[in-house]
Each structure stands twice: as structure tokens, then as C-alpha cells.
Ligand binder design. Structure first.
Ligand code: NAD
Ligand code: GLY
Length: 371
């Protein structure tokens, strides 16, 4: 097992990464669960695959599990589920020093974390991420949120978990498409500031995705360590350091918006395409070589992710995608900070990007022939 410490001032916590942690959840959570009753929030798919194992382990340690099993999918991160879940926690008489368990992907983690942030002005919670995306990104760092009709993740709070348990075994039941989408966030850490890790991904990504246990542990632990380092430096995204984690997200978010935040394009798939676009746009501005930008596109494509936006079959033009960017929550007094690259592993925040130049760039990408 790998243990990574997230060194947040006053509230450090551990992320434990290993095979079979769910079966040991009772022992792993010893010292965190004060009462017999333990509220566990999950979704229907995760409960079907892993509910019995969690229940058995917690029972073996004298706990009674109270399940809240929510519908799977992004629509669960909404006001109605927030209200209903907070009311459910209140009915269980959860107190501030009690822990609520989030067992699921980013949807369950974000919703549960936000419930914990507001319940009695803040109770404690444990993240048990069950998707690759949640293990390497959303369960670490304390961003919690729900979606509203105005957009995704527009209402939320920073609220750090007390513990994160990432069991690599859960990735066995994760649909391949979801695994690939999560892999985009792994590659992201290499592109941000770790060229060696990007090279590791090129050499080992396909075998890791195929299920090699040692490679999985390395990929998840290394990604978590990268995120922990960045979050510890800039917990509330004020210095620009944490903003680096948004690499690929501005382009990706515009694509997600154009496809209606539907299953046509998963979040991680949008990030993968967005990272290719960020690399190519950096090359267009002369900040990065075209060869390096195409190296990024090649790796994304070779693991089975889409690397060309032309593959999405969109009917819009580049200007329409730029219009989506104007609603990005990172808009700051009329400018949109962009994450661009000076090379692989050299991502930086650029506040000078001229959006009127981005539209023709996207036009050319939409028309790029698919290989
Ligand atoms: P998700 O939670 O919707 O899970 C994807 C699908 O996989 C769901 O159908 C789920 O039921 C299923 N699933 C989960 N674990 C499984 C398992 N082990 N076996 C079988 N099926 C399983 O999606 P996600 O990609 O994990 O998370 C996306 C969400 O995360 C978005 O809402 C996004 O905004 C959020 N997010 C948050 C942060 C953050 O820092 N808080 C960062 C990135 C993304
Ligand atoms: N996923 C981006 C962040 O946690 O800041």
C-alpha cells in the first residue's frame, strides 16, 4: 500500500492507495468512526458491485451501515439530492465530529462532500473513490459541489476529507470507457510539470489500463502525490498554482457544453481533447514545438481516447465553442485565463489569450482530417 499525506495546514490527511482496501474498510477506518451507526452514501452501480464487501467489513468491526443509494449519473449532483441527503443525515442525528462515507465516483464524492460541508456548518467525511478519475483527482483536495441549471459545479465549498481510501480492485468493475476517461487526468499530471511522468505514461499507460496491478498502484499514487503537492501549496486556488490542475478544462468544458454535458462526451474525454487543443494552440502561438504537441495527441489516441475534435461530429463552428468559454466559471473581469504549455511538463497560466484568435484555431481543428 502507498500512503500519501496531503499537507493542508492544520488538517493534514492521508490518501491510502492499495489493492483490496474495501474489504478492509472496517480496519482502515478505525479511529475515524466513533459510533456504531455509519452513514454511507453511494450510487446504485457501486452498491451493486461493492456494497456487500463494504457492509461485511464494517459489520465485522461492530458497525451498522445506513445506506443512501442514489441514482448513478451527473444529474444526482443537484439541489434536490443535496437537500434530501442532508435531511437524511439529520434524521440519523449525525454530529459534527461524526464521519459520513462517500463511496463512489466524483458525483458521489462531490455531493457527499458538499453535504458534509454544510451539515451543522461542517461534519467530517471519508472519501472512498471508486473510479480512476475520482482516485487520481476528485477525491483529493477538498473541492465539493453540485450542478445548477446555470452550469456545472457552480455551487459548492472547499471541505477536506479526513481520509481517502483508494482501492485499486474497484477499477476491475469500472466500465472501460470510464477507466479511459479517468486516465486523461493521470496524463494531465505529466503534462503539468512532470515530463518524466508523461514519458512513463507513454511507456506504461496501455499496460496499466489493461489491469497490471503494480502499474496501477504507481499511476494512482504518483498522481495523488502530484495533486497533494499542488493542493498543499494553494488550497483555495488563490495563487495560480492549483489552477494548473485545470489544464485542458477550458477547451474541454466548451466541448462538454456543446454536447450538452451528455454521455456523448464524458468529463475526462473532454479533458483529453482539451489537453490536445491546449498543446496545439500553444504550438500555434510558438510557445511549444509542433512535434511536442503531436506527441501529446499521439499518446491520447494510442490508449484509445479521442484526440481529434473532428471525431465528435459537431455541427458548430469555433465561435460557438468560444461562446461557451465565456460562461466558464474561471472568467475573471472579462478575461479568461488559459492553461498553455511551453513544452511537455511546462504548463503555465496565460491571462493574455485573445479569444478572437481561438475561434479560427478551433475552426481549423474542427476541419482537421481524422487519421
Ligand atoms: P461518476 O461518479 O458519474 O462515475 C462514473 C460511472 O461509473 C457511474 O455510472 C458510476 O455509477 C460508475 N461507477 C463508479 N465506480 C464504479 C465501479 N467501481 N464499478 C462500476 N461502476 C462504477 O463519474 P466520475 O468520472 O467518477 O466523476 C465525475 C464527476 O467528478 C463530475 O461531476 C465532475 O464535476 C467531478 N469532478 C470533481 C473534481 C473535484 O476536484 N471535486 C475533479 C474532477 C471531477
Ligand atoms: N480538479 C481540479 C482541482 O481540484 O483543483
Amino acid at each position: 500500500m502507498a500512503v500519501i499525506r496531503v499537507d493542508i495546514a492544520q488538517r493534514p490527511y492521508e490518501v491510502r492507495v492499495g489493492q483490496g482496501l474495501l474489504a478492509e474498510i472496517g480496519a482502515e477506518c478505525r479511529g475515524f468512526l466513533r459510533k456504531r451507526a455509519v452513514p454511507v452514501i453511494t450510487d446504485a452501480n457501486v452498491h451493486a458491485a461493492w456494497g456487500d464487501i463494504v457492509e461485511a467489513s464494517l459489520r465485522a468491526h461492530g458497525h451498522e451501515v445506513h445506506w443512501r443509494i442514489l441514482p448513478a449519473g451527473e444529474q444526482t449532483k443537484c439541489w434536490d439530492e443535496l437537500a434530501a441527503t442532508v435531511n437524511w443525515l439529520l434524521s440519523l442525528e449525525v454530529e459534527r465530529r461524526d464521519h459520513v462515507i462517500a463511496l463512489g465516483g466524483g458525483v458521489i464524492g462531490d455531493l457527499t462532500g458538499f453535504c458534509a460541508a454544510v451539515l451543522k456548518r461542517g461534519c467530517k467525511f471519508i472519501q472512498i473513490p471508486t473510479t480512476l478519475l475520482a482516485q487520481v483527482d476528485s477525491s483529493v483536495g477538498g473541492k465539493t459541489a453540485i450542478n445548477t441549471p446555470a452550469g456545472k459545479n457552480l455551487v459548492g465549498a472547499f471541505h477536506q476529507p479526513s481520509l481517502v481510501l483508494a482501492d485499486l480492485a474497484v477499477l476491475d468493475t469500472l466500465p472501460e470507457r470510464e477507466r479511459l476517461a479517468g486516465y486523461a487526468e493521470v496524463v494531465k499530471y505529466g503534462l503539468i510539470d512532470d515530463a518524466d511522468f508523461f514519458a512513463w505514461c507513454e511507456a506504461n499507460g496501455p499496460a496499466m489500463l489493461a489491469g497490471d496491478g503494480a502499474l496501477r498502484e504507481y499511476a494512482v499514487a504518483h498522481s495523488v502525490a502530484a495533486k497533494a503537492r499542488i493542493v498543499a501549496e494553494d488550497e483555495f486556488e488563490t495563487t495560480g498554482k492549483r489552477a494548473l490542475l485545470n489544464l485542458g478544462h477550458t477547451f474541454g468544458h466548451a466541448l462538454e457544453a456543446e454536447t450538452g454535458f451528455s454521455s456523448q462526451l464524458l468529463h475526462g474525454e473532454g479533458v483529453a481533447l482539451g489537453m490536445v487543443l491546449a498543446a496545439r494552440y500553444s504550438a500555434r502561438l510558438g510557445h511549444m514545438s509542433t512535434a511536442s504537441a503531436e506527441r501529446v495527441a499521439r499518446h491520447i489516441a494510442e490508449v484509445g481516447l479521442r484526440a481529434e475534435i473532428a471525431e465528435l461530429g459537431l455541427t458548430c463552428d469555433g465561435a460557438a465553442l468560444v461562446r461557451h468559454m465565456l460562461h466558464d466559471k474561471k472568467m475573471d473581469a472579462g478575461t479568461l485565463p488559459f492553461l498553455l504549455m511551453q513544452g511537455i511538463g511546462k504548463t503555465y497560466l496565460d491571462k493574455q489569450v485573445d479569444l478572437s484568435d481561438v475561434a479560427p484555431f478551433l475552426d481549423s481543428e474542427l476541419a482537421r482530417p481524422i487519421k
